[in-house]
Ligand binder design. Structure first.
Ligand code: KG4
Ligand code: ZN
Length: 341
């Protein structure tokens, strides 16, 4: 059995996990900073790195004791090298290097998105491949073909905002707080999602990429035109705000699922994968399931705790990297723009 300690600090979650053979979660600890960043309507990088520094040792210790393993039992230390906020990444990376050095264990660098792609393999024993994976989070919105574990081809990405970023910005504009996705998801339930028609245009270059900055601007113009007042709190959101966010959500989900369907029809995979923070969205999960059924494909979505940022997914991807012989040296640097592959 290969046991990896995995560490993830790319954004605003301080996370550590112990994962066996890239599949079995022995522990999975996430310390979220949502309450710290909420008053600012988004992640403040300086605050994020400071809180990672405070939390990293207790989070790692909790993951180790929760798994019931000693450092000497580990076969390696996997860590997110990028992409993400550089000050945040560095905290996890330096902790991982220190543990690897002190205990003489291999250091295994992991790409954050590879973690999201590998997350479904933690929850499902048999995932037939090839798969088409939609990874949709606050920082990324991409479609990949997964030929085998660890081998990914980028098929589409966002040209501007990530889908989660659009949720967060629209929520901020309407006084709904941070993060925006969960609150928009909740307020949309029972609201009229056909109150407004927001079209998400396909890029004119025929690339099939995503673009979500246009819909964010369309919501902003609508708010200005009708003089819609932001809510004092999510629970005080007016019916007009609830109809607006429900219509926005419907348009974003439709754009995501439409492109996933097109790519699936072109690539003919055996499986669809859906992961990343926005994969927690109930309408997206429902529409993706509907599309999968129509296409006759299996759809694998990790449970929500493994869809949003966590370290178990880094342990899964770290195992794949380890099997490929990938090792990081002790002068490995964080890379906020790390390319995948
Ligand atoms: O994967 P994640 O935890 O962190 C990144 O790597 O970005 O994703 C966070 C994003 C945020 O933008 C948040 O608003 C969005 O995921 N999100 C949701 C939902 N839950 C979280 N978006 C839509 N609906 C949700 N239920
Ligand atoms: Zn993420």
């Amino acid at each position: 059995m290969t046991r990896l300690l995995a560490i993830e600090t790319s954004c605003d979650e301080t996370a550590a996990a112990v994962v066996a053979d890239g599949r079995h979660i022995l522990s999975n600890v996430v310390s979220t900073q949502i309450a710290i960043h909420a008053p600012y309507g988004g992640v403040v990088p300086e605050l994020a790195s400071r809180h990672h520094l405070e939390n990293i040792c207790p989070v790692i210790e909790e993951a180790m004791s929760g798994a019931g393993v000693e450092y000497r039992d580990l076969d390696g230390v996997a860590v997110t090298q990028g992409p993400g906020l550089v000050g945040s990444l560095l905290v996890g990376l330096e902790a991982a290097k220190a543990i690897a050095w002190v205990h003489g264990k291999p250091l295994i660098p992991v790409h954050h998105i590879a973690g999201h792609i590998e997350a479904p393999f933690l929850a499902h024993a048999e995932v037939p491949l090839p798969a088409v994976a939609l990874i949709v989070s606050g920082g990324h919105t991409s479609l990949f073909e997964v030929a085998e574990r660890g081998r990914y081809e980028l098929l589409a990405r966002t040209r501007d905002d990530a889908a989660g970023e659009a949720f967060d910005k629209v929520a901020k504009l309407l006084g709904l707080g941070y993060p925006g996705g969960p609150v928009i998801d909740r307020l949309s339930e029972g609201a009229n999602d056909r109150a407004h028609e927001f079209a998400i245009a396909k890029p004119k270059d025929g690339s099939g990429d995503f673009s979500f900055s246009g819909i964010k601007t369309a919501v902003l113009y609508h708010v200005r035109r009708v003089g819609l007042e932001p809510a004092a709190s999510p629970d005080a959101a007016s019916p007009a705000i609830r109809d607006l966010v429900a219509s926005f959500q419907r348009a974003v989900v439709a754009a995501l699922v439409r492109r996933m369907r097109e790519v699936a029809l072109a690539r003919r995979p055996k499986t669809l994968l859906l992961s990343g923070g926005v994969a927690a969205n109930r309408v997206l999960r429902r529409e993706a399931a509907r599309a999968a059924e129509e296409l006759g494909l299996a759809l694998f979505m990790p449970p929500i705790a493994l869809s949003t940022d966590n370290a178990a997914m880094i342990g899964a991807a770290g195992y794949v990297n380890m099997e490929k012989g990938l090792r990081g040296s002790l002068d490995l640097d964080a890379n906020p723009h790390l390319p995948l592959g």
